[in-house]
Design a protein around this ligand. Structure first.
Ligand code: PNS
Length: 170
């Protein structure tokens, strides 16, 4: 039997959703160790700074064995994967709309590091329509997200919405 693999699940996680957690739970059952790598990405302006995204994730995965969360400060993903002695990149695939982007990234990463493989996992159909982008939008408009994101994310979005309302009154 082969040794258990170490896998990296990279992403922006701005913010983490139940769809991401569903993928992590599946990956954790397959791989011996899962590192969730949270991209700092100075090119994009995230809603939540990387430290807060990491904290929200750590809060959400505290019950999952063999899962650790780390900031990923940029550079090539495959370099991060190799530095962590991992051999697998995990990505979630909600539907065909995700496929083209994931396929290109997987092949580019394979071009750069032939020994690193990408494994795409399908989250539950209950989360097929859940994305961080829509969660941010709905959260800022006060929509109910309890079924789609962890409680800490609901609270973080509520705080953001309250802060924005206060800014617009000032
Ligand atoms: O959640 P996201 O924003 O879809 O995640 C994108 C991510 C972090 C996986 C991707 O941007 C990435 O791997 N960035 C690292 C830079 C890199 O290695 N690029 C070349 C390989 S495609």
């Amino acid at each position: 039997m082969p040794a258990p693999s170490r896998a990296v699940y990279p992403g922006s996680f701005d913010p983490v959703t139940n769809g991401h957690l569903d993928v992590m739970a599946r990956a954790q059952r397959i791989f011996g160790h899962l590192i969730v790598a949270v991209l700092r990405n100075p090119a994009k302006t995230p809603m939540f700074p990387v430290e807060e995204r990491v904290a929200l994730l750590r809060d959400s995965v505290s019950g999952m064995a063999n899962v650790e969360v780390e900031p990923f400060d940029g550079g090539l993903l495959v370099d991060f994967v190799r530095q962590r002695h991992a051999t697998v990149v995990v990505r979630g695939l909600r539907g065909v709309a995700d496929f083209e982007y994931e396929y290109q990234m997987a092949l580019m990463n394979r071009h750069l590091a032939p020994s690193v493989d990408t494994v795409c996992l399908m989250p539950s159909a209950a989360y097929a329509f859940t994305s961080s982008r829509l969660v941010r939008e709905v959260g800022m408009l006060g929509g109910d997200l309890h079924a789609l994101v962890p409680p800490a994310v609901v609270r973080a979005l509520d705080r953001r919405r309250a802060a924005r309302a206060q800014e617009s009154r000032a």
